[in-house]
Design a protein around this ligand. Sequence first.
Ligand code: HEC
Length: 177
Amino acid sequence: MKYVFLLVLGCVGAAAGLMGAVIAYRWVHDMTQTPRILAGERIFSMPAGVVPRGGEAVIPREQRDAAAKVPNPLKASPESIAIGRARFGTFCTPCHGPEAKGGVSGPVATKFIPPPDLTNGDLQRQRTDGYWHSYIVVGGAVMPAYGEAVSSQEAWHIVNYLRSLRAGGAARTAAKP
Ligand code: HEC
């Protein structure tokens, strides 16, 4: 009888020990088992009924025609052009060169696919402000998107600055869409 009791006690002890070990194992490994999503792994669509607070709708690159029709909300004031010049100097000169001539100056421009001369009067006439704004925000064929670096507002300032560079002077006479 005594042995049966000891055997049962042993079994209960072993079961308790096993459970304890399982709990301890899970405790220690809890964090490595947590479902996690790495940066850039997935893009979540907004749940239905979500109301945006602030921000601006970004028109995707595939809908450039629609983006081209968006009017420039900012006046090309000297202040606006100054902000645009500063942002251009920070983000765009490596490829477009300090004069926005494209492919002739700048550390990257001379070795990379040469970007077009943005001061060119014909190109300036062809493109609307909205088209260039879209180019800055969502990028082009090769050109990277700058929507993360500059705000939509700043992108309009840059467009105003580019318009001020138009060869032959006369800023802001872009063709209407
Ligand atoms: C990594 C190099 C690179 C950088 C940086 C860059 N661009 Fe570009 N950009 C290009 C290339 C290359 C093109 C030619 C079109 C294409 O292949 O995307 C281009 C084209 C353009 C065009 C002409 C689009 C058209 O066809 O009318 C504009 C406007 C422009 N860039 C503005 C900017 C502005 C503003 C910035 C800074 C916010 C900038 N780019 C930064 C490489 C660059």
